[in-house]
Design a binder for this molecule. Structure first.
Ligand code: UDP
Length: 311
């Protein structure tokens, strides 16, 4: 049994990671300032003796002895992180430093949840980890993209300078139950719109692409990454094999909700929105021996069932 800290955990990925680590008989401490989601994601865990929730202002240092630290993201939805851009970058950088200091002083292993956003609007396709990115430090997504890039630098430097045992994983678009229905991400938007018979809002002409992964596939990759002790220190893309246009995604969702009366409407593309995203998965396949188990339609069916409680 390990003693594990998950930070920013009430974010939906964190809640899945927490359940999985508890099922694997670990003692799990989850820390969050509940900025993006609420206690609904944790309510059923409160009575679990191996689970502890810590409400904490993530700009402030935190102390505790843990075997492993999973440092998850700040708000990942563009609408959320752009609402308080200064807060986004400030809290995220400060918190990464706090967590790296904790890992250094307590000799904990630490994993950073990075993101496909660091590739921003890539000029190569699919995106391989060694690609140096087509990026922009001054636009509206930069408060998120640039701190994630800075966090990778911090993690690598704590490793080089202080020998902290780090892992970095670059997470591509993830979906599944426990997502925030008001997140303004494409999957939550399309499903909620279809369930409520509202217009499905495709931005631009809908030919932009993303590759999506179901949350439990992501959790498996994250845990393998943390547990891999013959690892070399290098960021790894998570495994997302399938690339879809937003037009295709809307059609699949409408097919899965046949009773929906929603119509597709086209809206302007938000400023800064990348046109194409797909992970090169060679490294994850080679080092983490993992392929996604849940295909998009199957994952969407489970996600639709989850969202029905919000209509
Ligand atoms: N998108 C869309 N309609 C929506 C929400 C998003 O067409 O109602 C598009 C968005 O422009 C982007 C893609 O879906 O090209 C994925 O958006 P999301 O915010 O989910 O993820 P990210 O852009 O961070 O990858």
């Amino acid at each position: 049994m390990k003693k594990i800290l998950i930070t920013w955990w009430a974010w939906f990925i964190g809640s899945h990671l927490c359940r999985r680590l508890l099922n694997d008989w670990n003692e799990v401490y989850c820390l969050d300032n509940l900025f993006t989601w609420n206690k609904e994601n944790i309510i059923d865990l409160i009575n679990n003796p191996k689970f502890t929730f810590i409400l904490h202002d993530v700009t402030q240092p935190f102390w505790g002895q843990f075997d492993e630290i999973y440092n998850l993201a700040c708000p990942a939805s563009p609408i959320h992180y752009q609402k308080n851009p200064v807060e986004t970058i400030k809290t995220s950088v400060l918190w990464s430093i706090n967590m790296l200091e904790l890992a250094l002083k307590t000799k904990a292993k630490i994993l950073q949840a990075s993101t496909s956003e660091i590739y921003w609007d890539p000029k190569i396709h699919p995106q391989v980890e060694s690609y140096r990115w087509n990026v922009n430090p001054i636009w509206i997504r930069s408060c998120y993209d640039e701190w994630k890039r800075a966090s990778e630098t911090l993690f690598m430097d704590y490793h080089r300078e202080h020998k902290v045992d780090i892992r970095i994983i670059r997470i591509f678009n993830t979906y599944g139950p426990a997502m925030n229905p008001n997140d303004w991400r494409v999957i939550s938007n399309f499903i909620m719109q279809a369930l409520k018979n509202e217009d499905i809002t495709i931005y631009w002409d809908g030919t932009q692409t993303r590759s999506f992964q179901y949350v439990t596939d992501l959790v498996e990759v994250i845990i393998r990454m943390m547990n891999n002790n013959i690892w070399f220190i290098w960021p790894v893309n998570t495994w997302t094999d399938f690339e879809f246009t937003m037009n295709e995604l809307a059609e699949i969702i409408l097919k899965l909700i046949p009773e929906s009366k929603s119509k597709i409407v086209y809206k302007p593309l938000p400023w800064d929105d990348p046109k194409q995203r797909k992970a090169d998965n060679s490294l994850a396949k080679e080092k983490l021996w993992r392929e996604p188990k849940i295909k998009l339609e199957e994952g969407l069916k489970k996600t639709i069932e989850y969202f029905k409680q919000y209509i």
